[in-house]
Design a protein around this ligand. Structure first.
Ligand code: AMP
Length: 197
């Protein structure tokens, strides 16, 4: 078991989406992180699932680090009030945001979201494949929301563009309650067995 999960970066929608279960999952994960004493690292906005997630962590007494590019502060309604153990980091670019979130977190979680969420999730998985980090990644399959992404990865494997070992780069949680356990019990290093070709 990894006891080194002190901060978790969560990728999720800047919109709330249309399914109540998706917002409920964001609130449940935000609350669970606070109760486990795990810092939430997220995109720093007040909007959408991102905002619901961070509000839930704060409401449950948890600590939050928001990382937002300067140009998005207005658009994503940056949580400028974060203080005390919580903080807002303003960075220069999307790339810097992803890099910083990767540095700050001991593990990563995908909740439902749009293109930005998909981008961030795929990138953090590929960074693990490239051994740029070896931190656990959990895809939270709220209401089957992760199924299309998993199908895309399976298609890449079937077509010979990815090795079957890439499945070991992430774990799938069927519900929010499984997420923290999967992060804490993740196998380190994936055996170093991921070959790129
Ligand atoms: P979305 O899933 O599209 O609602 O976006 C969720 C979050 O991902 C938002 O904070 C976006 O600013 C962010 N995002 C969108 N595109 C990118 C990108 N290319 N790199 C990093 N973050 C992104």
């Amino acid at each position: 078991m990894r006891s080194d999960i002190r901060a978790v970066a969560v990728f999720c929608g800047a919109n709330t989406g249309v399914r109540p279960a998706h917002k409920a999952a964001a609130v449940a994960l935000g609350t669970a992180l606070a109760k486990a004493g795990i810092r939430l690292v997220y995109g720093g906005g007040r909007v959408g699932l991102m905002g619901a997630l961070a509000n839930a962590t704060l409401a449950a007494g948890g600590a939050v680090t928001g990382v937002i590019p300067d140009f998005l502060r207005k658009w994503e309604v940056a949580n400028e009030d974060l203080s005390g153990p919580s903080e807002l980091e303003v960075v220069a670019s999307m790339h810097e945001r992803k890099q910083r979130m990767c540095e700050l977190a001991d593990g990563f979680v995908m909740l439902p979201g749009g293109l930005g969420t998909l981008d961030e999730t795929i990138e953090i998985i590929t960074w693990r494949q490239l051994k740029l980090h070896d931190k656990p990644v959990v895809l939270c399959d709220v209401d089957g929301s992760a199924a299309p992404l998993l199908a895309l990865i399976e298609a890449a494997i079937a077509d010979g563009f990815a090795r079957s070992e890439v499945r070991r780069l992430y774990r799938v949680a069927r519900k929010v309650e499984e997420v923290i356990g999967l992060l804490e019990h993740a196998q380190a290093a994936q055996g170093g067995a991921i070959r790129l070709a």
